[in-house]
Design a protein around this ligand. Structure first.
Ligand code: GLP
Length: 261
């Protein structure tokens, strides 16, 4: 796990956008894993800017999103499908028929979860996964106590998540209490993953996820087992890390990061 700390949220998002376009440029038929959330909005803005400047072509890429609320139509403005159309898919040249988001309106939710996991595998697996982190340490919607060996499945959202996310709905009661999410193992199976967290409110959970023990009550801590995981933070989100000097040493001395210093 590489921990990269940038001075502010803008610089952190810029790095994540650059890592994403570098991955697409290295493999145009890349299978992207995509995340939603407020933290990601600025990353998508930057990717769109880079696309408009001719720095990246998405025409051969495909994507799988982490999660979707159960009970929302894809056309519902609060669905993650609508979020992705708005922030990324409608603004770049990705073929929308190759973008995948779990179907929150599926009649048979279990069958939908299996279909989604199978589709990821059939694509050859996710090459490059973007992740945010919830206030309770969730990745995707893998709420506390989700098994580290879970595949795509339906999850009941916990109180902390409801409190944070219901603010994004016109009326808090409209927020679904269930979601379909890639499992922790689905995320661990991705070839490379980049988690972005910014702001002081994420400092405590980031310290637990990155430097704390691995435990199902903070599913992001499972990323310690991921073979190629980069955690990008701003100063505020990195505030509680104990080995900060070491992370900076790696960033400043390894060849992999030379172009970003
Ligand atoms: C939602 C998503 C997560 C995301 C999290 C963080 O709950 N299901 O995938 O990581 O939000 O959101 P934010 O960036 O708004 O803090």
């Amino acid at each position: 796990m590489d921990i990269i700390i940038r001075k502010d949220a803008d610089a952190a998002a810029d790095l994540v956008a650059k890592l994403t376009i570098n991955a697409v440029n290295a493999k145009p038929a890349l299978t992207l894993g995509l995340a939603t959330g407020r933290t990601m909005e600025i990353v998508y803005d930057k990717i769109v800017e880079m696309h408009k400047a001719g720095k990246v072509d998405f025409s051969k890429a495909s994507s799988f999103n982490l999660d979707e609320y159960i009970g929302l139509e894809p056309t519902d403005e609060n669905s993650y499908r609508a979020y992705m159309n708005k922030f990324l898919f409608d603004r770049v040249n990705i073929d929308k028929s190759k973008t995948n988001v779990p179907l929150g309106m599926a009649k048979d939710v279990q069958a939908e979860c299996k279909r989604y996991e199978d589709a990821i595998n059939a694509s050859g697996g996710i090459d490059f996964q973007l992740l945010g982190i919830g206030m309770n340490g969730h990745i995707g919607f893998n709420e506390p106590m989700s098994s580290f060996s879970s595949l795509t499945s339906a999850k009941l959202l916990n109180e902390a998540t409801i409190k944070v996310n219901e603010k994004l709905f016109p009326n808090p009661e409209m927020m679904p209490r269930k979601a379909i999410t890639m499992g922790v193992k689905t995320i661990l199976n991705t070839k490379k993953t980049v988690l972005l967290a910014t702001g002081e409110s994420k400092a405590e959970i980031i310290a637990q996820a990155v430097e704390g023990p691995m435990r199902a009550s903070c599913t992001a801590s499972a990323l310690q087992m991921h073979p190629d995981c980069i955690v990008v933070l701003d100063e505020a989100a990195a505030k509680n890390l104990k080995m900060r000097d070491y992370y900076d040493f790696i960033f400043n001395n390894s060849n992999e990061w030379a172009e970003f210093r």
